[in-house]
Design a protein around this ligand. Sequence first.
Ligand code: FAD
Length: 447
Amino acid sequence: MQRREFLRTMGGSALGLATTGGAFAEDSVSGYVAPVPADTGAAGEVVVIGGGMAGATAAKYLRVWGGAKVRVTLIERDAAYVSNIMSNLVLNGSRTVSGLTYNWDRLESNYGVNRLRGEVVAIDPVAHRVTLAGGSQYPYHKLVIAPGIDFDVMPGLEGLTQAQRDAQFPHAWKAGAQTTTLWNQIRGMTARDTFVMTIPLAPYRCPPGPYERACVVADWLKRNRPGARVVVLDENPGITAEPHAFEYAFTKTHAGVIEYVPNATVYRVDPSIRTVYTAMGNFSGRVINPIPRQRAPKLLSDSGLVNDGGRWAFVDAKTYEHWDNGSGSGQARDVHVIGDPATHGQPKAGHVANQEAKVCADAITRMLRGGSPDDAPVTNSACYSPITFETASWLTAMFQYNPGTRRMYAFSTRSGASPVVEAPSANKDNFDQMNKWFRQLMADTYA
Ligand SMILES: Cc1cc2nc3c(=O)[nH]c(=O)nc-3n(C[C@H](O)[C@H](O)[C@H](O)COP(=O)(O)OP(=O)(O)OC[C@H]3O[C@@H](n4cnc5c(N)ncnc54)[C@H](O)[C@@H]3O)c2cc1C
């Protein structure tokens, strides 16, 4: 599939990104501001938990499509949001954490979203209300839960405090201070050192992200610490996303720098000798970047919403309303889960989270009008992966709803063609497109 076709596929999706007007400065967000209609026939209180890729998009589109009578309260615990997307490029010095930081000011000023700083600590799906850490409570007609993920503690690191783990063994799988710490550790490496990273069993946040990280770090080491190595310990049996691009990158572009080890189930990390013990052997390095296994946040398990593999919340992808998948969890009505904590058949990724949020906002708006949700939603996923400091690859797929399983499935409009399409090769043109795609995605989410 050529780039022209790829862009057409993205634009052709029923829920493609909204068009943004004009150019905007690197990493800042501005764009077309859709008006909030006075009355669409929909009315009600919607509470959104979490202002990341999923929650911020949902809050915005609930107002744009629902109108002024849909009152939206966005509850976010942090003062600002650091984008995970592009954060691997902090690890070669080409981006900074501050340049990847966003806020919710435009959602307030442009769309009348009521923003509240606080941490939700309890959800009562029966009484239809949430409780914040300070004890204040907020009732809702519809609740959208979008708090991202929690991380397991890496085996072997239980004896360290959270602060010690963050400082000595940063996973940097939630962008922020840990990302800068990891970059400083990489810069502290010499030409004789090894960077050892682990990849958790799927499903995890951003399937291509760890492989992308290996490439970016290898590229920087090759240029600045020639002789240094990257060891990739993958708990999965093989590369989980963009296998063509990453196999080529590992064996050709970064040959001799990256050692890729599949089936490397991690037994433990020994912090005193900086060694990772795995099913495929023991690996030591000056920098250890252990990316732990992931799960829906404790808030969801405490509220009885986790019903998929003890880790995730199963939803009906027609609306993203919580769904009883036969596990006996029961269904939490009027509770919608979007983004990384949910199971719906699509990858855990920011572009997809933006799409899920739109399907969810559309469904809630229709239901608040007394109607029915769209029964055949279509979404798309696009992801660019930097391979060097100036080249990138990409991956794209379209998904359609299956009412039998209530999940989304990748499909192709061409019979016999693979539903998931990779770039034929990594190049500079893709890298430039990646920067445009990112700015547009962030503008669609935060402006
Ligand atoms: C290194 C890396 C690279 C990536 N690259 C890409 C990429 O190229 N393309 C792509 O599509 N995806 C990428 N991703 C994945 C993407 O970042 C995530 O899938 C996406 O951020 C998920 O969105 P979310 O809204 O579910 O969670 P998040 O974006 O994590 O947002 C969750 C928000 O909820 C808030 N919150 C949590 N708990 C509470 C609470 N109790 N009360 C109030 N607020 C709360 C948090 O503070 C946070 O702001 C990447 C991820 C990583 C780690």
